[in-house]
Design a protein around this ligand. Structure first.
Ligand code: NAD
Length: 480
């Protein structure tokens, strides 16, 4: 048996034993995740620094804190989520009762990506164990320090028969995908998302795909200068703040009316300076690019001659440190790579429009994004954005914060993925809600059986119409 097959055998056995279904097992695993993160906070900071150069505050905000919040929330709610819910049944089936029972799916496979290598591994795992599943987790090979941290600590804290960590790259991912799983939860690129779906189709395995794309930000003409400053601060926070722009819910580009562009650029430059100093390269507050391949990918996007001419700020690259300066581009060609692919790095194109209303058509002419951000006080424009565009979510007048709300589902639509998680939505993602109906033996409704006649047809018609008075009259022989 290969390592991959072996990794699957124990969780399958553990699931079969039924032990993971109990509330006590689920709670013990959630407590274990909390302890793992709390006891090893310093090691997590170190691993994230090694892989990405993340500052400890950013590590806490985007990884440690989010995992603790999710695990504590699930711990406090899991019993309530597990409780059977009553299903309403039509009177025609009286006496009967209906229940909705959430059952675990079985053994689930979780693929994590490298940009938030701790939280994007542990957050889905919180959902999987809350719902009573066993799991195999494959962290990303591109964040090796975090991946080895997870491989070393998870078996020490969690039930090691039920939860396995398998390290490796695309080859290991491919071997894992050849196995039969009860659910695959994938965070990564649309390219690999397609590979995952194809593999899952062989076994009819359900999948959740948390993918990426280009998240636009619409900046309307906010009348108050202090509101514009706050909007720009939030834009800078979401473009360069999380992982130096290597974030799926980070801002990809900004749409703004032409006349507002100079003010926006001036404020962006000032804000970048206030966050990262005169020389962002020396700042401890910006992450590095994950590896040489991604650095080269971003270099190609930026150094395309047609694009380079549009740089209005930044643009310098430092290969040795894998650092790219926060860069702003004004109206790069719309058919250039930078406007066709997800940027996933510290480059911000600003696209100017004659009228901000055109932003809706602009967004609709591209694949459906994971998030649309819009800064506007115009209520009818807000309604128009919500009703006339499609995206995983919409956030007005702020950035990234939607990700932190357990009661809002997180997930994409179309090219940005499908399925959703966080809070109760994670529990549902890893559960099957089973309908259970129990009937009494009396009365027996003969009209449901042949031989058919006109009376039975009338009976069935009235039953489907929920016309109980008509049914009564029919049974009493008063309705023909
Ligand atoms: P990726 O698709 O390259 O890799 C994701 C995972 O798939 C990794 O574990 C990797 O080892 C594995 N993998 C890669 N090639 C494979 C193959 N051929 N067969 C099987 N497995 C394979 O993505 P990435 O570079 O880790 O992450 C970047 C992408 O993820 C971006 O598009 C970003 O927007 C997206 N993302 C989405 C979210 C979200 O929550 N929606 C979060 C983070 C990142």
């Amino acid at each position: 048996m290969s390592e991959v097959e072996e990794s699957l055998a124990e969780p399958r056995q553990a699931f079969k034993s039924g032990s993971t279904r109990s509330v006590s097992w689920r709670k013990s695993q959630l407590r274990a995740i909390i302890n793992l993160v709390q006891d090893n906070e310093e090691d997590i900071f170190k691993a994230l620094y090694q892989d990405l150069g993340k500052h400890p505050v950013e590590c806490y905000r985007d990884e440690v804190g989010t995992v603790l919040k999710s695990a504590r929330y699930s711990l406090s709610c899991v019993e309530k989520w597990m409780a059977p819910k009553k299903g309403r049944l039509p009177l025609v089936f009286f006496p009967s009762s209906g229940e909705l029972i959430s059952e675990p799916l079985g053994v689930v496979l979780i693929f994590a990506s490298w940009n938030f290598p701790i939280s994007l591994a542990l957050d889905p795992l919180i959902g999987a164990v809350s719902a009573g599943n066993t799991a195999v987790l494959k962290p990303s090979e591109l964040a090796p320090a975090c991946s080895s941290f997870l491989a070393n600590t998870i078996p020490r804290y969690l039930d090691c028969r039920a939860i396995k960590v398998i390290r490796g790259g695309a080859d290991v991912g491919d071997r894992l995908l050849q196995q039969k799983w009860d659910k695959i939860f994938f965070t990564g690129s649309p390219r690999v998302g397609r590979i995952v779906m194809l593999a899952a189709a062989r076994h009819l395995t359900p999948v959740t795909l948390e993918l990426g794309g280009k998240c636009p930000t619409i900046l309307d003409n906010l009348s108050s200068p202090s509101d514009i400053k706050i909007a720009v601060k939030r834009i800078v926070g979401a473009k360069w703040g999380p992982c130096s722009g290597q974030a799926c819910i980070g801002i990809d580009y900004v749409l703004v009316e032409r006349k507002l562009a100079p003010t926006l650029i001036d404020l962006l430059k000032l804000t970048i300076k206030s966050f990262y100093g005169e020389e962002p390269r020396n700042s401890k507050n910006m992450c590095k690019i994950i590896n040489k391949d991604h650095f080269e990918r971003l270099r190609n996007l930026l150094e395309d001659p047609a694009v380079a001419a549009s740089i209005v700020h930044g643009g310098s690259l430092h290969e040795k440190e894998l650092f790219i300066e926060p860069s702003i581009l004004l109206d790069p060609p719309l058919d250039a790579g930078i406007m066709m692919e997800e940027i996933f790095g510290p480059l911000l194109p600003i696209i100017t429009l004659d009228n901000i209303q055109e932003s809706i058509e602009f967004i609709n002419s591209r694949p459906k994004p994971l998030v649309i951000y819009a800064f506007t006080k115009d209520e009818s424009f807000k309604r128009q954005i919500v009703s006339e565009t499609s995206s995983g979510s919409v956030t007005f007048n702020d950035t990234m914060v939607q990700f932190l709300c357990d009661d809002l589902p997180f997930g994409g639509v179309g090219q940005s993925g499908f399925g959703r998680y966080h809070g109760k939505y994670s529990f549902d993602t890893f559960s099957h809600e089973k309908a259970v109906m129990t009937r009494g033996f009396f009365p027996e409704l003969e009209p449901r059986y042949p031989p058919w006649n006109h009376f039975k047809l009338q009976f069935i018609r009235l039953a489907y119409d929920f016309n109980y008075f008509g049914l009564l009259l029919l049974l009493l022989g008063l309705k023909r």
